[in-house]
Design a binder for this molecule. Structure first.
Ligand code: PEP
Ligand code: MG
Length: 754
């Protein structure tokens, strides 16, 4: 099949000839502006490129005074050309001089030209220059002409990629625009400090070849690219591919809609017909979409722009055979990975020796990816300002995972202060180490038990290193999440035994599989759910697929032979579910005994308390359980109806506020009255101020990340608990949105180290 429309194809062929010639880059550029001017019947065609990150310089012109070349310069944002560079969108003006941004440069002689059309020259989405045409008469350039000029601009970006005309370094000024995006602020999800180089989790790829004469080949390649893009989206949506798990479903729905949109595909095909490679055609259509959508006032459409950009980039990656995440590529030895968002399994996919820090544009601190980062001791920041994903790969980055700051290509003074912080932190960590064997007792003599949350072998080492008394929550799902196939019973048993052995007699509480929600496993097919956090997850899956639970319990019983087995069930919503799960455990124990296998010395069975409904069944529940563990991460998301994974609302309600603390205190009162041991294993206990509030309302056992043990212990040892109890008492009846600041003030006034 041959394309029918030959006019754009002719321009492309001539462009191809010029770009493929052996001429110097500057000569090729001159030939291109000449070609464009004659093709569009324009008196002027000029190409500007950015130098030093902020100045646009005239590199070639047909029609303006030739003396102006390399002399005429504009700041990005100055004049009409500067405006196109700063906004990244095109201008099409029949009377340019009426525009408030018009800036006249006498050396160019452009005062006689009335109409102007200017488009950005983009490289991987960033403006590297501007291509403009002008006419003396007041004239309206057609949409087709605008598209043609955008295509030429795209091809000109090759001159920057190749470095023949101007190097990318020169184009960037060797650095980023310091004033705007060299510094970001975000929220600390996992504490720590790191220095390294930027690696994009889902890298943007550079298009190296824009023009192709082989239409059929490009068309085939586009078909294959679409097939693999659509199947990737399907995989993500059916949550089968744990590598790409974690993205918001809403976005994926939009992706699917766009990706299946016939109009989009037809436009790309026609761009290929005009002589572009498949990947360049996708980029061209995206540039056009972008420019149209930037002009719209509709906020919904503007919001969709970044989804569309992302989708187009994904398609380009598929077309160029570069679809995986950076985890599958060779990483530099000090990688700071930057992502929009990622799932916990994706994080576990990275080589931990090389991964120094992770920065997420979105995320939330109680999301599982953040929990895994804390478990791995990898500093993680999230909820950063826009622009993060635009930084150059390979630039130096400092991640200040204590105060939530990120510095891109930091100047020497920042580097120096960062290194001072490292030294101070090393001292602080040494102080925590010194406290390892000191008792965890408040100043007024109340003993507190600190245990750790874990899910990986290294957490046990963390428990010993910090002097914690045991593992209060072992998230067994992590082993399943990093495995592509269902771990067999003997593999599970071996793993649990290795954990118990490593714990050397300290107690470990295993939580049975808590999958679903944002924790996906590759081997369990699940339907798409509108509200996965409220969906088929944790004990609900276990009771519907009892074989999975039975095998896991069998593995746990085997591993705990000769010692105590502590086991608890996640997401129990009513007493009936707990009784059912417990009866399955009892059956497995009986079966084990009957088969003459070595038995655990003792078995303690408890529940996570993560669903508000269970709080109102405590009187009944407590007679069936050996212990209770409050999962405040989930409990709070259900209590406040506020998705813990959604960055927009994850900080909207504060757990340190009267309603939630009152509920948490109610749980303490019930457990105390019934003599049932109680632990809290949510993230709030891992922050000194959170732990302070929990102790003040009666909690005496906290299960926290190993890295939190030192700071929390330091707080406890400086606390007069009686005073804190009295203080919080009078706060709980208030209607404040949060009492966090009051608690901090209390700590400051009473020398409590938080
Ligand atoms: C919780 O919900 O508080 C909890 C500890 O479980 P997870 O964070 O694994 O959901
Ligand atoms: Mg939970």
């Amino acid at each position: 099949m041959t394309p029918s429309n030959n006019a754009p194809r002719l321009l492309m062929r001539q462009l191809h000839e010029i770009m493929a010639s052996a001429d110097e880059a500057e000569v090729r550029l001159n030939n291109v502006v000449h070609l464009v001017a004659s093709n569009m019947v324009a008196e002027v065609c000029s190409a500007y490129f950015i130098r030093g990150g902020e100045t646009l310089e005239l590199f070639a012109t047909e029609g303006l005074k030739s003396e102006a070349v390399h002399i005429t310069r504009l700041r990005v944002g100055e004049g009409l050309v500067g405006l196109v560079a700063s906004t990244g969108s095109s201008l099409n003006l029949s009377n340019a001089q009426d525009h408030p941004k018009f800036a006249y440069r006498p050396e160019t002689g452009e005062d006689i030209f009335k109409s102007m059309m200017a488009v950005p020259i983009l490289r991987t989405g960033k403006v590297v220059g501007v291509l403009a045409v002008q006419n003396k008469a007041s004239r309206h350039y057609s949409e087709e002409e605008e598209e043609a000029l955008q295509t030429v601009a795209m091809v000109l970006a090759e001159l920057v990629v190749s470095g023949d005309l101007i190097t990318a370094q020169e184009n960037n000024g060797g650095n980023l625009d310091r004033g705007s995006i060299s510094h970001f602020e975000g929220t600390v999800f996992a504490e720590g400090l790191a220095e390294g180089v930027a690696v994009m989790h889902e890298p943007r790829v550079e298009i190296l070849q824009h023009l192709s004469e082989d239409y059929n080949q490009q068309k085939k390649s586009l078909d294959a690219g679409f097939d693999s893009l659509l199947s990737q989206i399907d995989e993500i949506m059916s949550a089968e591919d744990i590598i790409h798990h974690g993205e918001h479903r809403e976005i994926l729905d939009v992706y699917k809609l766009f990706a299946s949109d016939k109009g989009w595909r037809v436009k790309i095909e026609s761009a290929i017909e005009s002589g572009l490679t498949a990947e360049a055609a996708v980029e061209k259509i995206q540039v056009e979409n972008r420019s149209k959508m930037m002009k719209t006032q509709d906020p919904y459409l503007r919001e969709r722009l970044s989804d569309l950009d992302d989708l187009a980039n994904r398609l380009i990656r598929h077309l160029m055979g570069k679809a995986g995440t950076a985890a599958t590529k060779t990483l530099p030895k000090n990688a700071v990975v930057i992502a929009q968002n990622m799932g916990p399994a994706e994080l576990l996919d990275y080589d931990r020796d090389k991964l120094k820090a992770v920065i997420l544009q979105e995320g939330s601190s109680t999301s599982h990816v953040a929990i895994v980062a804390r478990a791995l001791g990898i500093p993680m920041l999230g909820q950063l300002d826009e622009g993060l994903l635009d930084i150059e790969e390979g630039v130096q980055i400092i991640v200040h995972g204590l105060d939530g700051e990120v510095y891109i290509s930091p100047p020497p003074e920042i580097l120096e202060s960062y290194r001072d912080t490292i030294a101070a932190r090393a001292k602080l960590l040494a102080r925590y180490d010194d406290m390892r064997d000191k008792p965890v007792v408040t100043k007024d003599g109340v003993e507190i038990e600190l245990v750790v949350n874990g899910g990986l072998t290294m957490d046990i080492e963390g428990m010993h290193r910090t002097g914690a008394k045991g593992v209060g929550l072992f998230r067994t799902e992590f082993q399943f999440m990093i495995s592509k196939t269902l771990p067999r019973i003997h593999q599970q048993a071996e793993f649990y035994k290795s954990i118990l052995d490593a714990a050397k007699g300290k107690s470990v509480t295993f939580r049975t599989l808590d999958i679903g929600g944002d924790k996906e496993v590759s081997f369990l097919k699940r339907d798409k759910e509108e509200n996965p956090a409220l969906g088929w997850r944790a004990i609900r899956i276990a009771l519907d697929r009892p074989a999975l639970l039975r095998y896991q319990l069998r593995a746990l019983i085997t591993a705990a032979a000769g010692t105590t087995l502590n086991v608890m069930f996640p997401m129990i919503t009513n007493v009936g579910e707990f009784k059912l799960a417990k009866s399955i455990l009892e059956k497995e124990l009986a079966r084990h005994r009957k088969n003459g296998r070595p038995m655990p010395d003792d078995v303690k069975v408890g529940t996570m308390l993560e669903v508000p409904s269970l709080v109102w069944q405590l009187d009944d529940l407590l007679s069936h359980v050996d212990f209770v563990s409050v999962g405040s991460n989930d409990l709070m998301q259900f209590f406040y109806a506020s998705d813990r994974e959604n960055p927009r609302i994850s900080n909207r309600y504060d757990i340190l506020s009267p309603p939630s603390l009152s509920m948490l205190r109610f749980i303490v009162e019930k457990c105390d009255k019934n003599n049932v041991p109680l632990t809290l294993c949510g993230e709030v206990g891992g922050k000194a101020v959170g732990a302070l509030a929990l102790l003040a309302i009666g909690y005496r056992r906290l299960s926290i990340a190993p890295a939190a043990v030192g700071p929390v212990k330091m707080m406890i040892r400086s606390l007069d608990l009686k005073r804190a109890e009295q203080f919080i008492d009078q706060l709980l009846s208030r209607s404040d949105h949060s009492i966090r600041d009051e608690l901090k003030r209390f700590a400051q006034e009473n020398n409590v180290k938080i």
